[in-house]
Structures are given as structure tokens and as C-alpha cells.
Write a protein that binds this ligand. Structure first.
Ligand code: FMN
Length: 222
């Protein structure tokens, strides 16, 4: 008997797939999303795909079904996720009901105009959505910028977030020069971290399957 599921995921002999989903109206979140995807794609054994949430199409849902990790991004509007993102979250109800995203990895990023702007609420919402889906949340795991004597506004994680990437642009700033290079580098870090963690978990799961397969074969032979 072949072992086919551990925590709902099939073993991965090949590379892992990282899907980055985002809503962006003025382009700042889209630039972050591209940086997240670039960070994921530069990781050995991982590929990355980008998906706008403006249209909730069958190919979008199919790509998320096939993904090993889903990274969530949207602007912070009125202290929380944008309505376009919420529409996507609510449309995922049938997937939630059949536990379709269980054991995939998840992470998130957001952007707003104010330094705080209540971005934490958006990241918390992302992590709760991931929890409802039984996904495994990956934190940013970067010490806050501004914590050393040569601190710069272009430090990684200059806004000192732990749950995910926070990015900010004064008055949304021109898209050519915003978000800041440090924020984009922080987004690249998140993509690379999620891809590496997903890959490590996939390799570990493959070993567990192999062990489980041997145990099943040994039991059957007795
Ligand atoms: C309806 C609306 C609500 C907003 N609410 C906030 C907010 O609560 N906090 C904040 O700092 N910025 C707020 N903003 C600014 C957006 O966060 C900012 O325009 C967005 O992050 C830009 O991202 P984009 O270029 O990807 O669309 C709001 C903007 C809009 C249009």
C-alpha cells in the first residue's frame, strides 16, 4: 500500500511552487509582490508565480491548488485588508470547507501611506485566514531596522514588523521610486525565506513518506 498523504500533502520529488497573490490599485503592492516572487524564484528548488486578485478566475484557483505555499498581499485600507482581498478570502470558503489548502505554507505583506496606518491588522488578518485554512504561517524573522548605530531608512525591516512585510510610501510617492529599496529587499527576503522553508518541509515530508512506505511494506511482509 503506498503512503499517499501526510497532513494532506503528497510527497514532492521535484521542486516546490510558490504562488504570490496580490491586490494593488496604484502599483506599490504589485512592486512588493514582484520582489517577493523574485526572492522565491532565486531559491534553489523553487519556482514562483504571480497572480492579481482583480479577477477570480478558474486558472487562479487551479494555480493555488497546485501551489505548495501561498503568499498574500494587499494594501491596508481603513485599517485592514482591502475589499478586493476580502472578496478573494470569502470566495475561498468552498476550499476551506474541503480543507483544500491544509498544510500549505502561507505568509503576507502589505503597504500603506502612514508609518503605522494599522498595517499590523492586515497582517493579522492574513495569518488568521491562513489558520482557518490549516496553513502553516511563516514569519518575517528579521531583526527590526533602526536597532543599531548606523541605522538607515533603507534598512531591511525598517518598520520593525515580525508577522510579515510592512511597507510604507509617503503620500504613496511616485511609483518609479517607491516603495523604498529597503522595503523591496525585505519583500525579497520574505519570498526567499518562504521558498526555503517550503523546500525544507517538502524534503522532510518526502523522507517521512519513504519511511512510512518501508514500514507499511515490512508490516505487509509479516
Ligand atoms: C479606501 C482607502 C483606505 C485607506 N486606508 C489607509 C489606512 O487605513 N492606513 C494607511 O496608512 N493608508 C491607507 N490608505 C492608503 C493605501 O494604503 C495606499 O494607497 C496603498 O497602500 C497603495 O498601494 P497600491 O499602490 O498597491 O494600490 C488608504 C487608501 C484608500 C484608497
Amino acid at each position: 500500500m503506498a503512503a499517499t498523504t501526510v497532513s494532506g500533502c503528497p510527497p514532492k520529488a521535484d521542486g516546490v511552487k510558490i504562488a504570490v497573490v496580490f491586490h494593488s490599485d496604484r502599483g506599490h503592492v504589485e512592486k512588493l509582490a514582484r520582489s517577493v516572487a523574485a526572492g522565491a524564484a532565486q531559491t534553489s528548488g523553487a519556482t514562483a508565480s504571480l497572480h492579481s486578485l482583480n479577477e477570480l478566475t478558474d486558472p487562479l484557483w487551479a494555480a493555488l491548488e497546485a501551489a505548495d505555499a501561498i503568499i498574500l498581499g494587499c494594501p491596508t485600507y481603513m485599517g485592514g485588508p482591502s475589499a478586493v482581498f476580502k472578496r478573494f478570502a470569502e470566495a475561498s470558503l468552498p476550499i476551506w470547507a474541503r480543507r483544500g489548502w491544509t498544510a500549505k505554507l502561507a505568509a503576507g505583506f502589505t503597504h500603506s501611506q502612514a508609518m503605522s496606518g494599522d498595517k499590523l491588522n492586515t497582517l493579522e488578518y492574513f495569518s488568521i485566514l491562513a489558520a482557518q485554512h490549516g496553513m502553516i504561517w511563516v514569519n518575517l524573522d528579521l531583526l527590526p531596522g533602526w536597532c543599531h548605530e548606523e541605522a538607515s531608512i533603507d534598512d531591511l525591516n525598517r518598520l520593525g514588523s515580525w508577522l510579515g512585510v510592512m511597507s510604507q510610501s509617503d503620500g504613496d510617492g511616485p511609483i518609479e521610486t517607491n516603495p523604498r529599496t529597503g522595503d523591496l529587499a525585505t519583500a525579497r527576503h520574505l519570498g526567499a525565506l518562504v521558498a526555503a522553508t517550503t523546500r525544507a518541509l517538502a524534503v522532510g515530508r518526502a523522507h517521512i513518506y519513504a519511511d512510512a512506505g518501508e514500514l507499511v511494506a515490512a508490516a505487509a511482509a509479516r
